[in-house]
Ligand binder design. Structure first.
Ligand SMILES: [Zn+2]
Ligand SMILES: [Zn+2]
Ligand SMILES: [Zn+2]
Length: 258
């Protein structure tokens, strides 16, 4: 299983519009962050976790040849606004995009993309074609064992994903002990870390490091980072085996069974 970071930035991206701070004006390409999402390539299938607001640029830059499924974490704009850009895949491949998520996320997708679900004939196929699939806590999909974890994002329920020995957890400030237990044995772990100072809806760098050290993966990366985080500075501070992710970075992880 190959995982590629399509975006590693927080909801506003980095650089921020009209910001003159050292990170937003940095010449280091690793300080340019599109909105957070990952591509997973496994057994000839291409899956995404989230379809970010920067989906089109991510597909052009990193290559998304086809989409066999999109696992959604939650319905905030930065994680779902790329869904409309999947129309080109439906048009070419004459199939709906399979979207997976919690009942809460899917209810919001129906509302936010209401035009995709209205019974309007559209011969040019300009409407997105979505097939929504509600996830249980555990299931086998695409030959992978997928476990959904319950994360709390300042009151909004967010789905974290364990896929074999890989886990992707972003946009949360709290995770219950029962859900942490589902992560033991993960070898490759991605955790969202907004900034150094506290937030009611995201982990800080320090809290993310603490959680990772509890789970003890072989390798881990921080993602969903704001402009307060310099890639180089964070990379120098983090204890091995934790790294600062950057757009385009990829790694391999055995798609083992949980
Ligand atoms: Zn987000
Ligand atoms: Zn800035
Ligand atoms: Zn969010």
């Amino acid at each position: 299983m190959k995982i590629t970071f399509l975006g590693t930035g927080t909801s506003m991206g980095v650089p921020l519009i009209n910001c003159g701070c050292p990170v937003c004006t940095s010449a280091d390409p690793k300080d340019k962050r599109m909105r957070a999402s990952v591509k997973i390539e496994t057994g000839g299938k291409t899956l995404l976790i989230d379809a970010s607001s920067d989906f089109r640029q991510q597909a052009l830059r990193f290559g998304i040849p086809t989409i066999d499924g999109i696992l959604l974490t939650h319905p905030h704009a930065d994680h779902i606004f790329g869904l409309d850009d999947t129309r080109i895949y439906s048009l070419r491949e004459k199939r709906a995009i399979r979207i997976f998520g919690s009942a809460y996320t899917l209810k919001n997708i129906r509302h936010i993309f209401s035009y995709a679900f209205e019974d309007i004939r559209d011969e040019r196929l300009i409407k997105p074609l979505f097939q929504l699939n509600q996830l249980k806590q555990k299931q086998e999909l695409f030959g992978l064992n997928i476990t959904c974890l319950r994360l709390n994002h300042g009151g909004m329920p967010v789905t974290g994903y364990r896929i074999g020995n890989f886990a992707y957890l972003t946009d949360f400030a709290e995770i219950e002990e029962n859900d942490i237990e589902l992560l033991y044995g993960v070898t490759h772990l991605v955790v969202g870390a907004l900034r150094y100072t506290p937030s009611i809806s995201h982990l800080t760098v320090g809290q993310a490091v603490q959680l990772i050290e509890k789970i003890q993966p072989k390798e881990a990366w921080l993602t969903h980072m704001s402009h307060e985080i310099s890639h180089k500075k964070l990379e120098n501070e983090l204890p091995a085996p934790i790294h600062a992710a950057c757009d385009g970075l990829s790694f391999h992880c055995p798609a083992g069974r949980p």
